[in-house]
Design a protein around this ligand. Structure first.
Ligand SMILES: [Zn+2]
Length: 240
């Protein structure tokens, strides 16, 4: 195998490694987002429960004030009842008392319904708080794992970039510029390996004569399909 081919192969392996690391890093935002969404939903549900509970309590306080006002009115009518002098006045005040009682009863029913509602919301609260706590714990574990993985991937990418700088310097200027141009145009992969008679990147089957040529390992070929530089791995399997 010529040095030129060997240098291309070295670069190819480094770039494939970098591409794999980049692809792994690119998945992180989605993996974070799934947990952030779950966290936001759990916080929202818990907050909604608290808000509904506070609202029901507020409404119940208003109704309790109304009940107190009805009690005051009823006491006043009872006093009037003791002072009435004829049957007609007596019946009129009795009528007022009955009306106040009826209204008080309605309001009291509504207040009890609100109390029921508050109790239901309070009963649901621990489950919701627990769900949020679990979401927070799960997210913390995942975020820590992702942070650790990202730090490792970035360190490996930096190491690969340093090796790459050395490897790219071994190509002559025209070869380097062709390699970098192809790499830019072809999703970070300038070189493809021959795999079962086809391009390992775009999978286009190559003419048999190309495979024979590749086996000689004397010059770089171009894929018919994607235009990438096409070659067989070194026979010794080594990168350099
Ligand atoms: Zn191809």
């Amino acid at each position: 195998m010529t040095d030129e081919l060997r240098h291309h192969w070295t670069l190819h392996l480094l770039d494939e490694d970098s591409a794999r690391h980049e692809a792994q890093l690119a998945k992180h935002p989605d993996q974070r987002k799934a947990h952030e969404t779950r966290l936001a939903a759990a916080r929202k549900t818990l907050a909604a429960n608290a808000a509904q509970s506070a609202e029901a309590q507020k409404q119940r306080r208003v109704l309790e004030q109304e009940i107190a006002a009805f009690d005051t009115a009823q006491a006043r009518f009872q006093q009037q009842l003791e002072r009435v002098t004829d049957q007609k006045q007596f019946e009129a005040v009795q009528h007022e008392i009955a009306a106040v009682r009826a209204k008080r009863s309605d309001v009291e029913t509504a207040a009890l319904e609100l109390l029921d509602r508050e109790e239901g919301l309070a009963a649901a609260n621990p489950t919701l708080a627990h769900a949020l706590e679990k979401a927070e714990n799960d997210a913390a574990v995942v975020f820590l794992t992702l942070d650790t993985e990202a730090a490792k991937l970035n360190a490996e990418l930096a190491a690969l970039a340093a090796k790459r700088a050395d490897a790219v310097a071994l190509l002559d200027a025209p070869a380097r510029s062709l390699y970098e141009r192809l790499r830019g145009l072809r999703g970070g992969r300038a070189v493809a390996a021959f795999e079962r008679g086809a391009c390992g990147a775009c999978f286009r089957t190559q003419p048999p004569v190309a495979l024979q040529e590749a086996r000689r390992r004397q010059r770089l070929l171009a894929c018919d399909g994607c235009g990438r530089l096409l070659m067989l791995a070194p026979e010794d399997g080594a990168a350099e």
